[in-house]
Design a protein around this ligand. Structure first.
Ligand SMILES: [Zn+2]
Ligand SMILES: [Zn+2]
Length: 485
């Protein structure tokens, strides 16, 4: 008798669920219907997209918030095999701003196959990307209405947390392979207006990566967007227009190249290699990789110049404390905001260092220090500390009996508006990053560095380059002459 009641209750519950779908299911049903119907979405096998776009230079522009530097994206093809979940993108990236130091234009090929993400260099050689990049690439695969809905309709996917924000219905979808994304449905059209997923950004830590969709068109019975914009939190990074797209076309074999699929997974950065060279009394060049740091000894404290990334910064700080164990390391001078030079600022804060930076960086570094890092706990998340900031407008001096360091803004230089250099007048030494990188043929920023040195009447014998090591003042002069010819 008891069991019969249970069966009846179960039947009512099941029937009830069918009659009134959950709010989550309702959103999925509405979106699927608006896109062309569940059957068509499930039956889709491949998608090929061609288009063109404009990409911003996030993290490498003139100031943290600047948007003037862009790249044109052309010859773009995104091939998606929905049956295997593989994607490959080919594009040509051309800078539209002066003084870009990379290949110009650059053909880029990259893709994802299962958990293997890869890049193919212009010479055809493929490399496996670190796992963190593969996670981002896998999420990127789902940042399209077709790939996400195709995945969301599978039995292993889950939907949760239906809600309404700013007139849009949102639902969280977790795919069979464990990626969670938020789908937003436009209230009028019921079409996806954006897809968002949370990502650990090397510099910014927890960020919302969002792709917004506009201008849907009918492609063989499915509605697909032709306008897309991508943003990382509040930073818009890509504007993209689809020029042609086809469903069911032969996209070929999108398997990862053998060199990438056979390579071992890369779970984290390689151990930092920090060498120490005492350049003169109380000044050490901490080299060993592409981005060096400089350690300066005052009477009763130590100053570090440059914190490029977390792993290296923690290692450099450890080395500094090893070199001079009896004086506290208290200051970090960050030469500029560029992501490859400021990625260790949070680590430096976690070690209690006061951050010295250009005034135009203040808001950005204050935000950086406050950001959460829950997806991957970074050094500052593990060891929270408040930021102490000292800003430099045009110049600022640190001086005691032992040492004097004058920090100057490198004015009017085309590399970054936040660029600082450190001058040690007693040693006639100049520490600088990116304005002059010895050993490179192309030195577009050296002229302005030389002008700044001359205008400030600095007597420089040697230059410590964050890229390149210790060179003479004459090396800078020669580089400027070579650029003039
Ligand atoms: Zn830079
Ligand atoms: Zn650099």
């Amino acid at each position: 008798m008891k069991s019969r009641i249970w069966v009846m209750l179960l039947a009512i519950a099941t029937f009830g669920a069918c009659a009134a779908p959950t709010p989550e299911q309702q959103i999925l049903d509405d979106v699927a219907a608006a896109l062309g119907g569940r059957e068509a979405l499930e039956a889709a096998q491949s998608l090929s997209i061609e288009g063109e776009g404009v990409m911003r230079n996030l993290g490498q522009d003139m100031t943290p918030d600047a948007t003037s530097q862009t790249f044109t994206i052309s010859d773009y093809t995104r091939s998606i095999d929905l049956t295997t979940g593989r994607m490959r993108v080919e594009q040509t990236r051309t800078p539209t701003f002066n003084y870009f130091r990379g290949p110009d234009p650059l053909k880029q090929v990259f893709g994802i196959d299962g958990t293997v993400a890869y890049n193919v260099a212009p010479d055809g050689s493929a490399t496996r990307t670190p796992n963190a990049a593969a996670t981002a690439r896998r999420a990127e695969y789902y940042h399209h209405p077709l790939t996400l809905l195709h995945a969301a309709l599978k039995p292993g996917a889950t939907v949760a947390n239906a809600r309404t924000t700013d007139g849009e219905s949102l639902v969280d979808i977790t795919t069979e392979d464990g990626v969670t994304l938020t789908l937003a449905m436009d209230a009028d059209t019921k079409l996806p207006s954006h897809i968002t997923s949370m990502l650990n950004h090397t510099n910014l830590r927890d960020v919302a990566q969002r792709t917004s969709f506009t201008d849907y068109e009918d492609v063989n019975g499915l509605m697909l967007p032709t306008g897309m914009t991508v943003s990382t939190d509040d930073y818009q990074i890509l504007d993209f227009s689809v020029t042609a797209q086809s469903l069911g076309a032969d996209v070929g074999d999108l398997a990862a190249p053998d060199a990438a699929s056979a390579a071992a997974p890369i779970t984290g950065p390689p151990p930092a290699n920090v060498t120490a060279e005492e350049v003169t009394d109380g000044v050490w060049l901490l080299a060993g990789e592409s981005h060096h740091s400089v350690l300066v000894e005052f009477s009763d404290y130590m100053m570090l110049i440059e914190a490029p990334n977390e792993a290296r910064t923690l290692a450099v700080i450890e080395k500094a404390r090893e070199l001079v164990p009896d004086k506290p390391l208290t200051h970090l001078v960050s030469t500029h905001h560029h992501f490859d030079h400021s990625g260790g600022v949070r680590a430096a804060i976690s070690e209690g260092l006061t951050v010295v930076t250009h005034a135009a960086n203040a808001a950005f570094y204050e935000d950086l220090a406050e950001r959460s890092s829950t997806i991957v706990q970074d050094a500052l998340a593990r060891n929270p500390k408040a930021l102490t900031l000292e800003t430099v407008d045009d110049e600022k001096s640190y001086e005691d009996e032992t040492m004097r360091v004058d920090i100057y803004h490198i004015a009017d230089n085309p590399h970054a508006d936040t660029l600082l250099m450190a001058y040690l007048p007693r040693q006639r030494l100049l520490v600088q990053a990116d304005a002059f990188s010895p050993g490179r043929d192309y030195q577009p920023f050296a002229t302005k560095l030389l002008e700044n040195i001359e205008q400030r009447n600095l007597s420089v014998d040697r230059i410590l380059a964050v890229h390149g090591g210790v060179v003479s003042y004459d090396d800078l002069v020669s580089a400027v002459r070579a650029m003039a010819n």
